[in-house]
Design a protein around this ligand. Sequence first.
Ligand code: HEC
Ligand code: HEC
Ligand code: HEC
Ligand code: HEC
Ligand code: HEC
Length: 206
Amino acid sequence: MQRGAMPQIFSPRADRRLRLALGLGGLAAVALIVAGFALVRSDRAWGVGEAAPQPIPFSHAIHAGEIGLDCRYCHSSVERRADAGMPTAATCLGCHSRVWSVSAQFTPLASALALGAPVTWSSVHRLPEHARFHHGAHFAAGIGCGTCHGEVAAMPRTVKARTMSMGWCLDCHRGPEAAAANPSTARIEHFGVAIPPLTRCSTCHR
Ligand code: HEC
Ligand code: HEC
Ligand code: HEC
Ligand code: HEC
Ligand code: HEC
């Protein structure tokens, strides 16, 4: 080794490798951030297409599809109230008490009936506390269930078909005339009722 001269810490080849590694690291960090944003916007991040574990393996494909029961048979307040309403154990047992009651999968129905308590279905649509939704208002405007829930009558297990994100709500609220058979303009024209813009924060937030 020569005296006086600083020994080179890295050989030129190692130096090139280090620079390459640093460069790739930077690229990877950028890719991770981009992927993060994409995930936040993707349907999967909102649970679209994912079923929830249920106490009874209920199938809309059988009940609303094959048998052809109307949605309102089980979700009876959907035309008038904010919440669509869920069937009671008695609604199910009207059909299942005689023929299928022996099966273990109906035990939760029997106990719900005995306790006078609702069956504890898991929800795949529940909005956060701060957001407000109203089924009756959308029903009156002529927006079909499928616009927001997809082809429920074809689902063996219930899944979310749309994100239900604020951006998704606003996409329609900015121009509901395109989706609604009976939008608010009709109310204004016929009854002279002024309806606040559907994009106002307080429409959906308390
Ligand atoms: C025989 C009764 C019955 C009928 C008819 C029925 N449903 Fe349901 N529905 C249920 C039950 C029970 C659940 C809870 C279990 C589940 O999610 O699969 C449910 C859940 C749902 C959910 C998810 C609720 C949540 O909180 O995530 C939607 C959306 C829904 N139903 C829409 C419909 C639509 C649209 C129709 C008509 C095409 C319909 N249902 C017909 C019984 C019924
Ligand atoms: C404009 C979109 C939209 C339409 C149209 C719509 N829903 Fe919903 N539905 C939602 C949202 C959002 C939720 C979650 C509400 C919450 O958490 O407050 C929901 C929740 C539900 C639930 C769970 C119980 C509840 O009310 O929280 C059922 C059942 C349901 N919808 C059935 C129906 C049926 C049946 C129809 C058609 C008659 C329908 N929905 C039409 C958006 C819609
Ligand atoms: C109008 C009558 C009727 C009502 C109301 C009804 N069901 Fe059914 N259910 C049926 C029939 C018919 C079948 C099909 C049986 C078969 O194919 O062997 C069935 C099948 C089922 C099955 C078996 C599904 C499978 O994969 O084999 C379950 C679980 C079930 N129903 C749960 C429920 C629940 C929970 C409710 C109430 C929310 C309900 N049913 C309401 C008539 C009804
Ligand atoms: C496909 C179009 C569409 C989608 C999607 C939609 N809405 Fe609406 N919304 C409407 C229309 C149309 C009305 C009724 C306006 C009227 O009363 O004439 C309405 C009314 C409402 C009202 C009642 C306003 C009032 O004061 O009467 C609330 C609350 C609401 N929407 C919340 C939501 C939320 C939250 C979401 C998303 C989870 C959503 N909406 C998704 C079209 C839509
Ligand atoms: C058409 C209905 C609707 C309107 C109008 C609306 N929001 Fe929302 N907002 C929602 C829904 C649904 C959620 C829950 C889903 C989500 O986080 O995207 C939400 C979520 C939020 C959140 C929480 C976001 C998070 O990451 O948790 C904030 C903050 C918010 N809204 C602010 C506002 C403000 C400010 C306005 C007015 C400029 C507004 N919103 C107007 C429906 C609405």
